[in-house]
Design a binder for this molecule. Structure first.
Ligand SMILES: [Zn+2]
Length: 406
């Protein structure tokens, strides 16, 4: 089976459309022009900061890399590196000079067993096989020129599905859901030792218990105000129990188990899981969606008014969110400002915390539409964040934007 057959459909679709976007094309041209000046920069950087894990130093890792390469149809030779960092981390670089580079933190090499590392390695090679580096998400989101809001949202969505594809590649190499889930548990919790006959540990690993965390998050969405989904809910990397659940579906499908359901059914299930992260309040007709929309309009107009009236860039972003049907000129900023406290209170009463987090994320995009009155906008956003009961660190994440494909 080729790796393409297990790739997440939404990843394929969104990547294709992103690569045709003028903005993405422009950034890619810029990267290409600048790369010409620095040949072999990745390898030189790795050789000077990390330790190369040659086949002599780690024959086992190389055997594993060979296995992942064979399974996923990798056509390039691999070079593996270790760098000093107690955190669990690994990354795959864009190939250079016909070689692919993967680096592992010392933490992950010491804490993960062979099968868990197989998953990590397969995941990283998956990013390369699926050409995920072709979408320069970091450059666009962290660049000086802010991307249009719809492009930013599309990039966030794509990167989550891209992670799912890479996860499937890793799971496919490992072929053992329990080990894959352990690896994700270790990554999410930082805990590396589980209780076993000869191992003393506070933690016993339980796959179903770990996955049940997703069900609790769903419950929280059904009962606003209870429980607390973490800020990971909206980060680029899908929340770990969600990834495990998506991988459990993958293992049940015909892609991994003879007689399992087909890929279309699998994708429907995965899209259902992802919907938890993207409730589309701007179009939905439910009463909580109406509350969110009303608050979004009042808050966004108030943010945009800071710095002296709505600028052309802000108008553009607002219209991407609200559509052309809403006539911005007919909105009365003073009236909306007076309505704000009531609309904030309604949102707290009638929406879930993850819905409010989405509001903050969307308002952050409005606030960053232009360069005017940045400090004032940030403090207004801080006030919204606080009043909506959203952790401040989530706002920092929205404004800092540090999604990384690793
Ligand atoms: Zn990844």
């Amino acid at each position: 089976m080729s790796a393409e057959k297990i790739r997440c459909d939404k990843d394929t679709l969104l990547a294709k459309s992103l690569l045709e976007t003028p903005e993405v094309k422009r950034v890619n041209r810029w990267i290409e022009d600048n790369e010409d000046d620095k040949p072999n920069s990745i390898r030189r950087h790795l050789l000077s900061t990390s330790v190369r894990l040659s086949p002599q130093i780690s024959p086992r890792l190389h055997k594993m890399a060979q296995h992942c390469g064979d399974v996923l149809g990798l056509s390039l030779p691999l070079e593996l590196y270790a760098f000093s960092d107690p955190k669990y981390n690994a990354a795959c670089f864009k190939p250079e000079d016909g070689r692919l580079y993967i680096m592992f933190s010392s933490g992950i090499l010491e804490a993960f067993d062979e099968k868990e590392l197989l998953y990590v390695m397969g995941h990283e090679i998956g990013h390369h096989i699926y050409n995920h580096h072709a979408v320069p998400i970091g450059y666009i989101l962290r660049g000086k020129a802010r991307p249009p809001a719809d492009l930013a949202l599309k990039l966030f969505a794509w990167s989550r599905y891209a992670e799912f594809s890479a996860d499937r590649a890793g799971a496919y190499c490992t072929n053992d859901l329990d080990s894959v889930a352990r690896a994700l548990f270790k990554l999410a919790s930082g805990v590396s030792r589980f209780a076993a006959p000869n191992v003393d540990s506070m933690i016993e690993f339980d796959l179903n218990e770990f996955m049940s965390q997703v069900d609790d998050m769903v419950d929280d969405d059904a009962h606003p105000g209870q429980g607390a989904p973490t800020q990971d809910w909206f980060s680029t990397h899908p929340f770990s129990p969600l990834r495990v659940k998506a991988l459990a579906h993958f293992h049940e499908s015909a892609l991994m188990t003879a007689g399992g359901y087909d890929k279309d059914t699998l994708e429907v299930q995965v899209n259902g899981l992802m919907k938890l992260m993207e409730p589309g309040y701007l179009e939905a007709k439910t009463s909580d969606a109406r509350v969110m929309r009303n608050l979004f309009i009042a808050a966004a107009i108030n943010l945009a008014e800071l710095g002296g009236g709505i600028s052309a860039e802000e108008r553009e972003v607002l219209q991407q969110f609200l559509g052309k049907t809403l006539d911005l000129k007919r909105l009365d900023a003073d009236q909306l400002a007076a309505l704000l406290p009531q609309r904030l209170a309604e949102a707290v009463e009638q929406t879930t915390r993850s819905q409010r987090m989405q509001l903050i994320r969307d308002l952050s995009l409005v606030a960053q539409a232009d360069e005017r009155a940045c400090a004032e906008k940030e403090s207004m956003l801080k006030r919204f964040t606080q009043e909506l009961g959203v952790p401040n660190v989530f706002l920092t994440q929205c404004l800092g934007r540090e999604p990384e494909l690793d």
